[in-house]
Design a protein around this ligand. Structure first.
Ligand code: CTP
Length: 404
C-alpha cells in the first residue's frame, strides 16, 4: 500500500452482524493508514461481535449505532453521516442486510443511510455458503448489482461454521485493495496489459543457478497500478517473494527462456507490454542434470554460456507490437545509456533508473526516455511512482483503434 493513497477520502464503514466483524478492525487500520477518514456505523447485530469502543479507538471517531443518537448536531444522523462521504462500504454485509438493501428498506440507522445516500455503495458479503447460494440471496445480489452497487467478493474457503464454500468475507487486505481500486481513475479502462517482473533464475545444476537482486517490487507495483487503472493485467513473474496484486493474473516462471515463451504466447492479446524484469542476459548452455560435485583434484567447474532471447526487443519487433515500454537499470551515465537503450530496443518509451542502487528499496527515481526527449519524475515510493508511470503511459497511448 502506498502512503496516503486514500488521502482526502471519507468513508462511511457500515458493519452488520457476522463473525467477519473481526476483519473490520484490521480493515479500519488499513484505511486510516492510507489516509482515509473512516466513520463507523454499526447495526445492533454487529455490536454483538465487536464493540463500538474498539471501532472508535481504531477509527479515531465516535461510532454511531442508532438513528436516535443525539450526538449528531441536527439530529439527522441518517442524512448527515453520509453527506461528506465519498462512498459507503458495508463490511461485513450479512444476508439480512443485503436483502434489506435490495428492497430499499430503512428501519435502522445504517439501512436508512444507504437509502438516503448520494455517493457510491460498496458491499462486502460475509455469510455461510448455503445462505450465499440461496436463490433469494442471489436474487438480491443481482438486484443490487443492477442498481449500481459494487459487490466485493465473497471469497471461497473454510467458514466459521466449519463448512467450506463461497461466502467468506474477503480478507481485510483484499477488501482494502478492492476499495483502493474502486477509487483509482480508470485511465486504462478496457486495455490489456502484459508485464514482466522480478529476476530470472538460470540453473547451473538442479540446486544452483544464476540470478540477480531484483526484488520485483517495481513490476508488481506497476501491475497493481494498471489493475487499479481498470486494465486487465497479466503478470509474468520470475522468482520473487511477493504477493500477487489483487485482481491480477499471475504466471510464475524461472528462466529467461520461460519468460520469453510466456510473453510471446500472451502478447497477441496485449495493448501494452511493460518489461520490468531484470532478465538474465546469459544462461549456461547445458545445465547439469545432476548436482555438480567437487572432484578429488579440486578442479574448478567451467561453464559455457549462451545468450538468452531479448524479450522486449522480440515484442518490439512484432509486425503489430503493443505499446512497448522498457525499463533500464543502470549503475551510472543514465542519461546516455537510457536513450541509447531505447533506440536499440526500438521502443517508444523507456523508463530508466539507477537500478542496482534501488533494487529492493521501497522508493525510486526515474527518467522517461522517448523520441521527444527525457523527463525526470520526482523521487517517490514505488507504489506512488507506479501510479504516476501508469498515468504517463496512458497519456502516450495511441487511440485504441490505432493500437493493433
Ligand atoms: N530485457 C528483456 N530481455 C532480455 C534483457 C532485457 O526483455 N533478455 C528488457 C528488460 O526487461 C528491460 C530492458 O530490456 O525492460 C532493459 O533491460 P537491461 O537489462 O537494462 O538491458 P540489456 O539489453 O540487458 O542491457 P545491458 O547490456 O545494459 O545489460
Amino acid at each position: 500500500m502506498a502512503t496516503a493513497e486514500l488521502a482526502g477520502k471519507h468513508l462511511v464503514l457500515g458493519m452488520t452482524g457476522g463473525i467477519a466483524c473481526y476483519k473490520i478492525a484490521e480493515l479500519t487500520r488499513l484505511l486510516t493508514k492510507a489516509g482515509a477518514t473512516v466513520q463507523v456505523v454499526m447495526t445492533d447485530a454487529a455490536t454483538q461481535f465487536i464493540t463500538p469502543v474498539t471501532m472508535q479507538a481504531l477509527s479515531g471517531r465516535p461510532v454511531y449505532t442508532s438513528q436516535w443518537d443525539a450526538r449528531v448536531p441536527n439530529n439527522m444522523a441518517h442524512i448527515d453521516l453520509s453527506r461528506e462521504a465519498d462512498a459507503i462500504v458495508i463490511a461485513p454485509a450479512s444476508t439480512d442486510f443485503l436483502a434489506k438493501l435490495a428492497h430499499g428498506m430503512a428501519d435502522d440507522l445504517l439501512s436508512t443511510l444507504c437509502v438516503a445516500r448520494d455517493c457510491p455503495l460498496l458491499v462486502v458479503p460475509a455469510m455461510n455458503r448455503q445462505m450465499w447460494q440461496h436463490p433469494a440471496t442471489q436474487r438480491n445480489v443481482a438486484q443490487l448489482r443492477a442498481d449500481g452497487v459494487q459487490v466485493l467478493g465473497p471469497d471461497s474457503g473454510p467458514q466459521a461454521c466449519g463448512e467450506v464454500g463461497d461466502g467468506r468475507m474477503l480478507e481485510a487486505a483484499a477488501t482494502y485493495e478492492a476499495i483502493a481500486s474502486f477509487f483509482a481513475p480508470k485511465l486504462l479502462a478496457g486495455r490489456r496489459v502484459l508485464l514482466t517482473a522480478g529476476p530470472t533464475f538460470e540453473p547451473l545444476d538442479p540446486v544452483r543457478g544464476i540470478t540477480n537482486r531484483s526484488s520485483g517490487k517495481m513490476g508488481f507495483a506497476l501491475a497493481r497500478a494498471a489493475q487499479q487503472a481498470g486494465a486487465e493485467v497479466h503478470l509474468v513473474a520470475g522468482p520473487v517473494a511477493l504477493e500477487t496484486p489483487w485482481g491480477v493474473f499471475r504466471q510464475d516462471v524461472q528462466t529467461a527462456q520461460q519468460m520469453h515463451d510466456a510473453v510471446m504466447h500472451a502478447v497477441a492479446d496485449a495493448d501494452i507490454f511493460i518489461g520490468v524484469a531484470a532478465v538474465a542476459d546469459w544462461r549456461v548452455d547445458h545445465a547439469s542434470e545432476h548436482k555438480i560435485k567437487k572432484t578429488a583434484d579440486r578442479a574448478l567447474p567451467s561453464f559455457a554460456f549462451v545468450e538468452n532471447p531479448d524479450i522486449l526487443a522480440s515484442v518490439a519487433k512484432l509486425p503489430h507490437p503493443p505499446f512497448a515500454v522498457g525499463f533500464a537499470a543502470e549503475s551510472g551515465d543514465l542519461e546516455v545509456h537510457g536513450e541509447e537503450k531505447r533506440v536499440r530496443k526500438n521502443v517508444p518509451l523507456l523508463i530508466g533508473n539507477l537500478g542496482p542502487l534501488t533494487f529492493g528499496l521501497d522508493d525510486n527515481e526515474v527518467i522517461l526516455f522517448e523520441a521527444g526527449g527525457a523527463t525526470k519524475l520526482p523521487r517517490a515510493d514505488k507504489q506512488t511512482l507506479a501510479r504516476a508511470l501508469i498515468a504517463e503511459i496512458a497519456k502516450r497511448l495511441p487511440d485504441t483503434s490505432l493500437i493493433r
